[in-house]
Design a protein around this ligand. Structure first.
Ligand code: GAF
Length: 382
């Protein structure tokens, strides 16, 4: 919990509106394994982290809503009675999208004021967007007594991302951010939207993130394109989603699709199997097996699903060469952001030191390294 940031946001809100706000924390997430499986109705293995969005809210009497992103020192003003998307890439779309989706549920949101800031490293792929969406829907649900369940709230956040932000994301990020449990990762079945919590204690090992500090352009359109490929192949196979297909099923249409699309669908089927196998490995305490699955996930993301980039591949290759690392892979949508590494505690310092130097030498920029703490999901701070 970042008490300093919580206090800064509260003070900024009080200075601006002379009122005590409702304060919400909504976390970012990591994902151990199960990438690009969520929109295929498959399994993912995320956890909420102790970094996220701090958002302060109150009702507005001015007939307008005002939202300030303290990090960018930028304010937008609008009326909840007439909403439309802002230009692409505007942070305001995360807010307006959520309000609009709440309204589509037949709920009445009055005008409000909001000030927010976050401590999720930008472009890290730890889903600051889902954290922001969830903070808005959770805050407005409390403020206006809307009676939304947590599951309804995450579906609203997801639809805001589809309809206002333009990314046809799955449900993983919003779920993990809303339902996170301290010290646990969640094996989430994205079809039933139900999860099994796993206590994460790897004893002599820990999870470490390395941020490439790059975000390559076109990642949103590449994401949507891949989702379309998966949906088209599901249709050809006559299944609801790729989660329902086996490798043998896919083989039957091999000559009807391009090799690239075939490999993408194959990746999804295999990644979904890996996510489930990972839960078995964790239940058995078999970290070596878990590590192999994690390396396998990266290989698939790199060569079959093609959502990696040179910086991510470099970090994973270096992890493979280094002593004490059981698994490493890119995390999240891809084209930048972080790798997640399952590393022996004995080698953390040495690897940090080596990788920082090697990354700098190769890409002429710094990577950032974080240990992660698994935290509770979106909640009110008193
Ligand atoms: C992004 C999306 F928002 C998620 O829904 C998920 O598909 C992920 O990429 C890839 O696993 O974070």
């Amino acid at each position: 919990m970042n008490n300093e940031l919580a206090e800064t946001i509260t003070n900024a809100f009080q200075d601006k509106y002379a009122a005590s706000p409702l304060l919400i924390f909504s976390p970012g997430r990591i994902n151990i394994i199960g990438e690009h499986t969520d929109y295929n109705d498959g399994f993912v293995f995320p956890a909420a982290v102790d970094k996220g969005i701090y958002a302060a809210f109150s009702k507005s009497n001015s007939g307008r809503s005002e939202v300030t992103a303290a990090d960018f020192n930028d304010t937008i003003s609008f009326s909840v009675e007439s909403l439309s998307p802002m230009e692409k890439e505007s942070w305001g779309n995360y807010i307006l999208g959520v309000v609009s989706e709440i309204q589509k549920k037949g709920k009445t949101v009055e005008n409000f004021n909001m000030v927010f800031a976050g401590d999720i490293p930008s472009g890290s792929g730890m889903s600051s967007s889902a954290a922001l969406e969830n903070s808005v829907v959770y805050g407005l649900n409390n403020l206006f007594d809307l009676g939304l369940s947590k599951t309804e709230m995450i579906l609203i956040s997801q639809m805001a991302e589809h309809n206002y932000v333009g990314v046809n994301c799955g449900i993983m990020d919003q779920y993990a951010s809303m339902f996170g449990i301290k010290d646990h990762a969640l094996l989430l079945d994205c079809r039933t939207v139900e999860a099994k919590p796993f206590k994460i204690d790897f004893e002599d090992y820990e999870l470490m993130l390395i941020n490439t500090n790059v975000k390559h352009s076109l990642s949103d359109s590449a994401y949507n394109d891949r989702r379309t490929v998966c949906e088209n192949i599901s249709k050809m196979l006559g299944v609801k989603a790729l989660r329902d297909a086996t490798e043998a099923d896919l083989k039957t249409i091999e000559d009807k699709v391009s090799d690239e699309d075939y490999q993408k669908a194959l990746f999804v089927i295999q990644e979904n199997n890996r996510a489930q196998a990972a839960s078995k490995a964790m239940e058995a305490g078999d970290l070596e097996a878990l590590g192999k699955l994690i390396y396998g996930s990266h290989e698939g993301l790199q060569f079959q699903y093609r959502v990696s980039c040179a910086e991510l591949d470099f970090l994973v290759e270096k992890a493979k060469e280094h002593q004490g690392i059981l698994g490493a892979r890119m995390m999240g949508g891809g084209f930048g952001g972080c790798t997640i590494n399952l590393i022996s505690k004995d080698f953390v310092n040495e690897f940090k030191h080596d990788i920082a130097r090697e990354y700098k030498e190769t890409f002429n920029k710094a990577c950032s390294i974080y240990s992660v703490e698994l935290a509770d999901g979106t909640h009110e701070i008193n």
